[in-house]
Design a protein around this ligand. Structure first.
Ligand code: COA
Length: 171
């Protein structure tokens, strides 16, 4: 009924429009966007859902680092589904497929800013319990180990990822 695939370059405008619809035109002011500025999303984890060729869902992941040790992690999102098609399983499918792929690719930790009521079904837990924080984001931060024990001993602030491997504070 729905088709899931990597986005094409021509999908960019439709993805941006869907994200504006879901999060508002001022979404770039959200704290989580500070960790995405100047960093490319991970292409292999970009996924879109289509219905009859029309883009109806999107998910992307950005690399981030956690704590003084700059432990690599994935920042899940944004994820959005067309309003008229919510509650039909598209969001769960986008998230489950990409988390499984992330695990296969060797990623060990995922974090996100979102509603606990939704993300506990994917075994995300409050990041506070791990001592993981996102500067500027006092609540709704969640974390999940993609491989057993991946979050053990991992704590500290989330930092934006930089291509040279160094971490920097997202100011
Ligand atoms: C959140 C979102 C991506 C979920 O996609 P979806 O296709 O509607 O979700 P699914 O159909 O896969 O799952 C539906 C289930 O999630 C629940 N759900 C959806 N949004 C929820 C939320 N914000 N909090 C709690 N539960 C939520 C539904 O009640 C439903 O529960 P059920 O399975 O017990 O009936 C979609 O609703 C959306 O685009 N929302 C606006 C953008 C957003 O908030 N994105 C997430 C933050 S990054």
């Amino acid at each position: 009924m729905y088709q899931y695939a990597h986005p094409n370059p021509g999908d960019h405008a439709a993805i941006e429009a869907l994200l504006d619809l879901a999060f508002g035109h001022d979404r770039h002011k959200k704290t989580s966007y500070r960790f995405r500025e100047g960093v490319d999303p991970l292409p292999s984890l970009n996924l879109v859902a289509r219905q009859d060729g029309r883009l109806v869902g999107t998910i992307a992941y950005w690399p981030v680092a956690i704590g003084e040790a700059a432990v690599p992690a994935l920042l899940l999102g944004p994820v959005a589904v067309e309003p008229a098609l919510r509650g039909l399983g598209i969001g769960v499918t986008l998230i489950r497929r990409t988390l499984a792929k992330a695990r296969r690719e060797g990623h060990r930790i995922a974090v996100l800013v979102g509603d606990a009521d939704y993300y506990t079904r994917f075994q995300f837990k409050s990041a506070e319990g791990f001592g993981i924080a996102m500067p500027g984001q006092p609540d709704r931060l969640m974390a999940k180990a993609l491989t057993a024990g991946a979050l053990e001993g991992v704590s500290g602030d989330i930092h934006a990822w930089r291509k040279n491997g160094r971490r920097e504070m997202a100011a």
